[in-house]
Write a protein that binds this ligand. Structure first.
Ligand code: UFG
Length: 322
């Protein structure tokens, strides 16, 4: 199978490319290098510098005998999406429509799409299964939900089969060190913990210690990007075998609190993390955990790299020599 990975030079994209290559797929990466980097490209994959907003570039890439796509390109900062919804509408909605329209024209019928736990909004029960009502609390989450709805219509009307993968908290780095690019200006907890550990940042601010959780800090379901990568490979094989369209959670169902992440990091790296408690961040639910049984049933997928030890040490390997 020849797969076009759109956004394949990014943090998650590069781990997806590695997983597809490992399963002997032919890979072409299309990326505009806005947040992705050439450091993340694999020599075995072809590379096209291009943008999801450029219809002709997408169409030309799809016409190179592509069998299916993985669409990761897009904007992903929840806070920024509330301040600049236009940027998110353009990239995450117009961009997806461009890709879908080009797929129709090029007769490419298989798509794996990056979605997010952000589609659910405030949990009504835990762990979240795919039947949980969707009510995004951010514009980012709204764009992900809307694109899932576009996918359903393009399936019904044009026969594009899709697997939409709702990631929980993506963390970790390739254990073999094959992904070399570090995310710039990281907004997420673990990279910020690492920056505090190496003194790149004065301290970590823990947003809230008065949540109704075991230690008062928020609980999240951290999933290693290598596990996300294998899910994409399995999803492509599933569609190639004639599978119907699916929406699947990707998580571990194990929740870890912010303080547990900090304590475990200190234990693994043998350094203290300077931190202080700060007010709650608007829109943060106390707890988010996934029920990922459906991904196991449909794809035979299981998280095998997502123990905290592995998540933290693979991330530390990227930061310790900065
Ligand atoms: N946190 C801190 N201090 C920081 C950064 C984060 O205490 O400096 C806390 C947050 O309050 C939260 C936890 O660490 O409780 C994890 O925060 P992240 O920002 O790393 O991740 P989120 O859970 O907020 O968001 C993630 C993805 C989003 C996705 C969302 C789905 O990054 O893309 O899950 O709910 F939309």
């Amino acid at each position: 199978m020849h797969i076009l990975v759109i956004g394949g030079a990014g943090y998650i994209g590069s781990h997806v490319v590695k997983a597809l290559l490992k399963r002997n797929m032919e890979v072409t990466v299309l990326d505009n290098l806005s947040t992705g980097t050439k450091l993340n490209l694999f020599p075995q994959a072809n590379f096209i510098e291009g943008d999801i907003l450029n219809y002709d570039q997408i169409l030309t890439a799809l016409k190179q005998n592509v069998d299916g796509i993985v669409l990761l390109a897009g904007k992903k900062a929840v806070g920024e999406s509330m301040e600049n919804p236009m940027k998110y509408a353009l990239n995450n909605i117009n961009g997806v429509i461009n890709v879908l329209n080009a797929m129709v024209e090029a007769n490419v019928k298989k798509a794996i799409f990056s979605s997010s736990a952000a589609v659910y909004g405030m949990p009504q029960y835990l762990p979240l299964d795919e039947e949980h009502p969707v009510n995004p609390m951010s514009f980012y989450g709204f764009t992900k939900l809307e694109t899932e709805r576009f996918l359903k219509w393009y399936d019904q009307l044009k026969g594009i089969k899709f697997v939409s993968l709702r990631y929980f908290n993506a963390v970790g780095y390739d254990e073999a060190g094959d992904v070399k690019g570090l995310e710039e200006n990281p907004q997420n907890l673990l990279p910020i913990v690492m920056e505090a550990a190496i003194g790149k940042r004065e301290k970590l601010k823990i947003f809230g210690n008065d949540y109704p959780t075991r230690d008062g800090t928020c609980i999240r379901d951290y999933i290693h990007v290598t596990d996300l990568g294998s899910a994409h490979a399995l999803a492509l094989e599933y569609l190639d075998n004639g599978g119907e369209s699916q929406i699947l959670n990707l998580g571990t169902s194990i929740g870890s609190s912010v303080l547990e992440m900090v304590n475990k990091t200190e234990e693994i790296i043998g350094k203290k993390i300077p931190y202080e408690f700060a007010p709650r961040r608007a829109g943060d639910p106390a707890e988010l955990t996934a029920k990922a049984d459906k991904a196991k049933e449909v794809l035979g997928w299981e998280a095998t790299h997502s123990d905290l030890e592995n998540i933290i040490s693979s991330t530390w390997n990227m930061y310790k020599n900065l």
